[in-house]
Write a protein that binds this ligand. Sequence first.
Ligand SMILES: C[S@@+](CC[C@H](N)C(=O)[O-])C[C@H]1O[C@@H](n2cnc3c(N)ncnc32)[C@H](O)[C@@H]1O
Length: 313
Amino acid sequence: MLSFSPPVSLYAMPVTLGTMASPLKSLVIDDNRYQEAFHLFLERSSEHQCMRDFIQKKLPDILASIGDGKSQLNVIGVGSGAGEIDLEMLSELHQKHPKVMVDNEVVEPSSQQLHNYKVLVSQKPELNYAKFTWNKMTASEFEEQWKLKKMTKKADFIHMIQMLYYVKDPGATISFFQSLLDKNGKILIILVSGASGWGKLWRTYRTQLCNTEISQCVTTGDIKSFLDSKGVNYQSYELLSQMDITECFTEGDRKGELLLDFLTEALNFSKTASPELKAGVLKLLRHPDCSVEDKGRVIFNNNLGVIVIDQQT
Ligand SMILES: C[S@@+](CC[C@H](N)C(=O)[O-])C[C@H]1O[C@@H](n2cnc3c(N)ncnc32)[C@H](O)[C@@H]1O
């Protein structure tokens, strides 16, 4: 299921998850708590490490053919966060195409994240081959502006890393960015894998956890089905990743509660979910379908999926 309505801006009014009876609110409405939970998730997981491995080992070959000999490469990063992963990719791009300039459009609605990204760039003088354009907006606002300004610029590399959960219609978002691809251009999408613990959690508790207009439970499995239905060719990869969720099982543990918020995408899940839902989610999280137990730690399957779409000729 890739299409939802009606549209709601990420930082708009509080939106409740689930049916009228559900008291759950989306974590995303509280940007501070969301960012805190996301940072803790990065600390407790191998999320960025597995992306870095992919970026260093596989991405260079993927990037080798883009650009078609041009002297400038146009890149668009959508939902870039603080830019750590974007800059790793830019570095690989530069190594593959050392003589070209890079025009990098950053699309990111969080001012805090955009600020952190700018600080990171300012600390790296070696990025003198890249020009940054900062778009403090959502993907759909970017699309709207692009169309309004009748932009004709084409892109050689577009990436959307762990962000398609936050758009109203992931399929339409992919189709728009596909339309911007230049000859030999590529789109890179990373989301949780359908075969991860996330996939199992979302399939089991879809009505309770995924019934929201501002964040949704989409995996690379869903994106592949969408692309297959449109006859779009793509390559895909699975990245092994883990997340230590042990603290989630200590009642009242602040970090455990933050991680639980991140896992359920619900604000203060521990305090606002019904006792049945909370018990069910906690039981499933440590079930072998989602996690393994190792030396007293509960290790959640955080495997990611990567999809690479070429400009279709
Ligand atoms: C999970 S973070 C991923 C950040 C980064 N790509 C990474 O992997 O570290 C999701 C990012 O998407 C941004 N975001 C949320 N809604 C968005 C939207 N509608 N359009 C574009 N970006 C969005 C958030 O502000 C956040 O920085």
